[in-house]
Design a protein around this ligand. Sequence first.
Ligand code: GLN
Length: 317
Amino acid sequence: MDPCFRRDDTEVVVEPQQYQLSQVTDSFTGQSVDTARRTLTARLKRGAVDSAELDARILVGAALGLDLTGLIAAAARLVTAEEAGRLEDFARRRLVGEPVARILGFKEFWGLPLQLSPATLVPRPDTETVVELALEMWGGARHSSHRSRIADIGTGSGAILLALLSELPAVFGVGTDISPAALHTASGNAADLGFAKRSAFVACDYAAALSDGFDLIVSNPPYIRSAEIAGLAREVRGYDPPRALDGGGDGLDAYRILIPQSAALLMPGGSLVLEVGLGQSGQIQRLMAAAGLTLESPAKADLSGVPRAVAGRKPPR
Ligand code: GLN
C-alpha cells in the first residue's frame, strides 16, 4: 500500500500502519478498561448524550459483566476483543438514541430489577410517586379479613403492581394490558421476583375484563397529547411504545375510560391512584369527583416538583 499523506502545517508522510491506528483511536480494541470508559464518555459527549459519563460507566460495566467495584478493580487490564465488540455495539446504539435501559433490557424500579421489552415503557423514577401515594391511601383505609385485591391498569413491565406487591405481602394483584407481549414481560417479572402465586395478568382494554371487588386500583396510562409525541426526546419517541404514551388530542382519553370503570370496580373505602402528565392533575381530580370518588389529599409531586400522582377514594358504606 502507498504511504498516506496528511496536510497539516507541513506535509508529512504517515506510514500506512500508523494511519490506520489514528483512524481507530475511537475503537475500544487494545484499550485498558479505564481508557475504554473515557473513550466512550468522550464519544457520547460528542454525540450530545446528556448523561455521558454515567451511561459510559454502565455500558462498559455491562459489556464486561462487571459492577462498579469490579470496574474499578479491572481499570488497568485490557479489554478483550469480544468485550470491545460488545461495547462498540452498545456505543452505536446509545449514539442513535437508544436509552441505556433498552440496551441492557432491564431497569430498576422501587429497588426491584425489571426486565423490559419493546412492548413496555421504561419505568420512570417519577412513577415511584404513584407507588408512594398508593401506599399512603392503603394505610389510610381499614382492611377487612377478606383477601385484599389490587389492580394495575395498563401494567406494562408490571412496575407499579410489583412494587406494591413487594410492600403489601398479603395482597393479590391483577395487571391488565392491551399488549400480550407486555403481559408476558410483566408475568415473567412477577415470577422472577417470587410473586407468581400472588398475581394474575389479563389481556384487555383498560379494566374491561375485570369484575368488582378491588381495594386499590393504580395506573400510569398514556397521557401525552398526540400532537406532542413528535417533539419528545428521541429516547422516548423512538423506543417507548406509542400506545403507552399517546393520550389522544388533549391527553385525557385514557382517563375518561378508566376512571369510571375503576370507580365501579372499587370496594367501598378503596382508592384509585393515577399518574398524571404535566398540568393535568386538576382535570383528573375533576374526572374522579365526577365518578363519585372523594379527593382526600392534594396531588403528590414527583422529585422535580411536578404534581404527578392523584388519588380518589370510593366512599365507605
Ligand atoms: N412519563 C412518560 C414521558 O414523559 C409518559 C408516560 C405516559 O404517557 N404515561 O415520556
